[in-house]
Structures are given as structure tokens and as C-alpha cells.
Design a protein around this ligand. Structure first.
Ligand SMILES: [Zn+2]
Length: 326
């Protein structure tokens, strides 16, 4: 008995509709073979309905049972654009569907021959299975959908962090502003994370306008605002150190963290290193600062060494040294 590609075309149409709604594109049609009646149709609506059961085939079976007035759907075929998952293959069996006719294979969770074959396991009822019908067309819809999704995600990420700019603080005015940002952020960030008194000591030593002036003069530091659309969201400080660029500070205001600004800033820090003919960016990070370590690792940094830095006054920093080639 042949198959009718018209029904698969309809299933693909439903899959396209799902894709347009942002759902993984799957469409299903249940047809009574004797008279060509479309007893039920469905498309994936998992996201819209926030429901794990809202697969195309389940919707089609549900409608077909209502149309034909019973839980058995004998003499009916299910056309579906993608190989059914365990749940949907199971639903087809429970509805006594004659044949499952599907388009693209799903190597991960397809239960009609790929990951497993429902027609070969258990039960007394075994539907006929025909796979790969209009496989190319079905595959294209899925590939396009996931391709677009990736592109959109990429664009969103770019959109969120694409306006991040580093602006070097040069004038006294600018340096005072960077210092104020530094004091604000360090007070918020370090006071609760370090032993009593250490944050205040470090702010005095590293963040004040006077301290920064000294670092610029004596050690060759440069300070940069991290700006989003012209607004200050944080700051960073770097200095050439042999063949590498030492990243001393990269701090964002609390509300601006977790938005990929740091990695956008890092891309520009790497650019600064390259423009100075340097080969890597390196930094130190407190060994207990798990989140920051993980964030730098995600940006491609590797731990290359460790050490204890005596920052005076009886305080030490127990650090990992991390590096990324540029
Ligand atoms: Zn399913």
C-alpha cells in the first residue's frame, strides 16, 4: 500500500507554522486511509503551552480520537515530519494507528528505528513504520530552524554586549571619575568577601585617585572606563608586563554583571594587547573566587601558576595566575 506525499506536505506545513511560532518544527497529520479524511492535525506547541505533552503527534491523536469518537484509530495513518519520540510513538501504538510515516530521522530520540524501534519491542500491537518520506524537505525545515535560532542567539548576545566600549581615562577629571567608580564597586564587592578591614585597606591602596596616579607614573598602568552606550558600567586597568599585558582590574557594577559585558570588554583588552605587539593577557584571581575563575575560564583563560602576594599590612592574596593568548 502506497503513501500519499500530500499528507506529508501538510505535516511539513504544520511544522513550518510551529517554527514561525518559535517552536521546534514538527507537524503531524492523521488520515483515514479509506476515504482520505484528515481526522486530526497537530503541531509542536511545547513552548507556547509550557507543556511537555504538547507534541504535534499527541495533538493530532487527541483530535483524531474526538473526530472519530473512540480511542482506537484503526485504518488511520500518522504522517509526521520528524521521527516520533518515545511518548508519541507510544501514543500511536495506544491509538492502534496502522502506520507511522515520518520524514526526517531523529538519531537521538527517535523511537521508530533510530534510538529504538517501538514496532519491535513488547506489546501486542505493532504499527507499520515507514521512515525517510520527503526526508530532505523535512530535514531542511529542522536545519533552517536551528540555524536561525543559533543566529538569533548570536545576534542577541552581540546586541547586549555589542555597545560595550573601553575608553581610556587620561585627564585628571577622568581619573577622578574612574577612582570614584572603583571605590563604589570595591566597597560593594569586597567588604562582604574579605576579612574585616581588608577591603578598606585595599581600596585605600588601589582605588583612590592618588593611588591610581602613582600606578600610572611608577608602573605604566592605563585605566579605562567600561562604557555601554556612553554610560559607565565599570572600569579596567592594564599594564604591559614583558611580552604580556597584565590585566590588573576588571570590575562591573553589581547590576551590570552577568550580561556578557566582561567578555565584550575582554575582546577589547586583547585588542589592546595585540596593538602593543604583546602575545598574551594575564591576570591574578583569588583562589576562593570560584565564580570569577569560572568566568575567566569561559572566556578562554587557563590557570598557568599560583602564588601568594603580600599586599602589606599583614594581608596576603592567595591567587591563581591565569593567561590567555591573543
Ligand atoms: Zn513526541
Amino acid at each position: 500500500m502506497g503513501i500519499d506525499t500530500r499528507y506529508m506536505e501538510r505535516a511539513l506545513q504544520l511544522a513550518e507554522e510551529a517554527a514561525e511560532e518559535g517552536e521546534t518544527p514538527v507537524g503531524a497529520v492523521i488520515v483515514r486511509r479509506a476515504d482520505g479524511l484528515i481526522a486530526g492535525e497537530g503541531r509542536n506547541r511545547r513552548e507556547l503551552l509550557r507543556n511537555a505533552l504538547a507534541h504535534a503527534e499527541i495533538e493530532a491523536v487527541d483530535k483524531a480520537c474526538r473526530t472519530l469518537g473512540g480511542w482506537r484509530l484503526p485504518g488511520c495513518d500518522m504522517y509526521v515530519s520528524l521521527e516520533p519520540c518515545p511518548m508519541c510513538a507510544g501514543a500511536a501504538v495506544n491509538a492502534r494507528i496502522d502506520r507511522i510515516i515520518f520524514g526526517a530521522y531523529d538519531s537521538k530520540s527517535g523511537f521508530c528505528g533510530s534510538a529504538a524501534d517501538i514496532s519491535k519491542i513488547g506489546g501486542i500491537y505493532r504499527p507499520g513504520i515507514i521512515g525517510g518520506v520527503m526526508e530532505r524537505e523535512s530535514g531542511i525545515i529542522i536545519k533552517e530552524f536551528f540555524g536561525n535560532l543559533r543566529r538569533k542567539r548570536l545576534e542577541n548576545n552581540m546586541g547586549e554586549s555589542g555597545n560595550i566600549k573601553l575608553v581610556e581615562a587620561v585627564s585628571d577629571d577622568q581619573l577622578r571619575r574612574v577612582a570614584a567608580i572603583a571605590v563604589d564597586i570595591w566597597t560593594e564587592y569586597w567588604t562582604e568577601r574579605l576579612p574585616c578591614g581588608q577591603a578598606e585597606y585595599m581600596i585605600e591602596k588601589f582605588c583612590t585617585y592618588e593611588a591610581q596616579k602613582e600606578y600610572i607614573k611608577n608602573e605604566g598602568y592605563s585605566y579605562y572606563f567600561i562604557k555601554r552606550d556612553g554610560d559607565d558600567v565599570g572600569y579596567t586597568a592594564v599594564k604591559p608586563d614583558g611580552e604580556r599585558l597584565f590585566l590588573s582590574k576588571l570590575y562591573l557594577y553589581k547590576d551590570e554583571r552577568g550580561k556578557k559585558y566582561a567578555s565584550a570588554a575582554m575582546a577589547q583588552i586583547k585588542e589592546i594587547a595585540r596593538s602593543k605587539g604583546l602575545t598574551a593577557v594575564w591576570l591574578t584571581v583569588n583562589k576562593h573566587n570560584d565564580n570569577t575563575i569560572a568566568a575567566y575560564k569561559a572566556m578562554g583563560f587557563e590557570i598557568i601558576d599560583e602564588g601568594v602576594a603580600d599586599i602589606g599590612n599583614g594581608y596576603v592574596m592567595d591567587d591563581f595566575y591565569m593567561e590567555i593568548k591573543v
